[in-house]
Design a protein around this ligand. Structure first.
Ligand SMILES: Nc1ncnc2c1ncn2[C@@H]1O[C@H](COP(=O)(O)OP(=O)(O)O)[C@@H](O)[C@H]1O
Ligand SMILES: [Mg+2]
Length: 345
């Protein structure tokens, strides 16, 4: 029996539902009550299960509905940012697309760094203490969402002053200074390739690439250098939206070997490895060298740009293939082969 696809009403839900429907799979929306009307406008769910918050996924009644429907939950960013990942690992019984054990590695900055290092990627250097700062660094605050309050510093003194400033803004609690993640700042172009690893074909596919548009850092270029200095701005990195990106063709070699390296390392460190969609967050410097500073072990919102396909998905499939649809196709194919266990945990 081909499973139904279930997801939570946020992030990339519309794309996931549409992709499942395009593949002829039944769709189930776990819908936050205040959003029922919004999602009804798109009419992509065959069944709606109302929930009050993401935590309701741990509710036995919700889970038994999902089990009855023989559904596979497609997880996205909302699940990860909701925390409680260990509890989710332990007590969520319905099938989850991909590897649910990798979400904790995505959430925890030190585990994340370990997996990226193991993947053989160039990762920007991590500093043990702010006293080591001798060139530009980016300071990432603990628990900050979407880069709020992250800042750039160029010396230990500069760092200390900015810590005081973010504390005043209420973005850092007293005593949390030690938890700030300090990393070498790479000057270049950010890029976020969207990958899909199929355990059925053992191949890593590139389905698209985007850039995140982040405020205020991406708006600074509109202010003249002199005014920037006068205004004494601390740039931040809160994602506002995504723009599509097509890469120089010569970069594709590195893009693929990075994806392959990540899948191989995840198989060693977090069994069964990265399965299905993932994203590497990269910066390309002036020499064309790629640095990877983060990953997402599930679908990213940047894929919403490509609901009817991207230049890369077109090259591979020759038909509109969003990440949501790619996921549904893998579930369908695995179920038909009797190998669903390979694509869910
Ligand atoms: N080492 C780095 N060099 C330059 N810019 C960076 C670096 N690390 C992160 N950034 C910028 O900061 C943003 C947020 O950092 P990230 O590590 O992705 O944190 P978050 O967990 O909030 O997504 C990135 O999207 C990127 O624009
Ligand atoms: Mg990020």
């Amino acid at each position: 029996m081909i499973p139904a696809v279930a997801t939570i009403s946020s992030h990339s839900a519309l794309q996931i539902l549409k992709g499942a429907r395009d593949e002829g799979l039944r769709t189930i929306l776990l819908c936050l009550r205040e959003r029922e009307e919004l999602y009804a406008r798109f009419n992509l769910a065959d069944r709606v299960i109302p929930i009050n918050s993401v935590e309701d996924l741990l509710d036995k009644k919700v889970q038994s509905e999902l089990l009855k429907e023989n559904s596979v939950l497609v997880p996205h960013g909302t699940l990860i940012s909701g925390g409680k990942l260990e509890e989710f690992e332990r007590s969520f019984e319905p099938k989850v697309l991909g590897n649910k054990y990798i979400f904790r590695w995505e959430y925890d900055r030190n585990l994340k760094d370990k997996l990226l290092q193991e993947s053989g990627l160039n990762v920007p250097r991590k500093l043990k203490s702010h006293t080591e700062i001798s060139g530009p660094v980016i300071a990432k605050l603990p628990g900050a969402e979407g880069g709020r309050g992250y800042f750039i510093a160029k010396s230990p003194k500069d760092f200390e002053e900015k810590v005081i400033a973010v504390r005043k803004k209420g973005l850092l609690k007293k005593g949390e200074e030690d938890k700030i993640f300090i990393q070498e700042y790479i000057i270049g172009v950010t890029l976020y390739p969207h990958y899909f690893y199929s355990p059925l074909s053992h191949k890593v596919e590139l389905l698209g690439c985007d850039r995140r548009y982040e405020t205020s850092i991406d708006g600074l270029g509109r202010i003249g250098a002199k005014d920037q200095l006068d205004l004494d701005i601390i740039p931040t990195f809160r994602v506002i939206g995504n723009t599509p990106m097509v890469l120089r063709e010569s970069l594709l070699m590195d893009i693929f070997s990075s994806g392959d390296g990540f899948v191989a390392a995840s198989k060693r460190l977090v069994k069964p490895g990265s399965v299905g969609p993932f994203c590497l967050e990269m910066i390309c410097d002036e020499e064309g060298k790629l640095f990877t500073f983060e990953f997402s072990g599930r679908i990213v919102a940047g894929t919403n740009l490509f609901i009817s396909g991207s230049p890369y998905s077109d090259l591979i499939f020759g038909e509109p293939m969003s990440m949501g649809r790619r996921i549904a196709r893998e579930i369908k194919k695995a179920a038909e082969l009797g190998e669903l266990d390979k694509v869910v945990t």
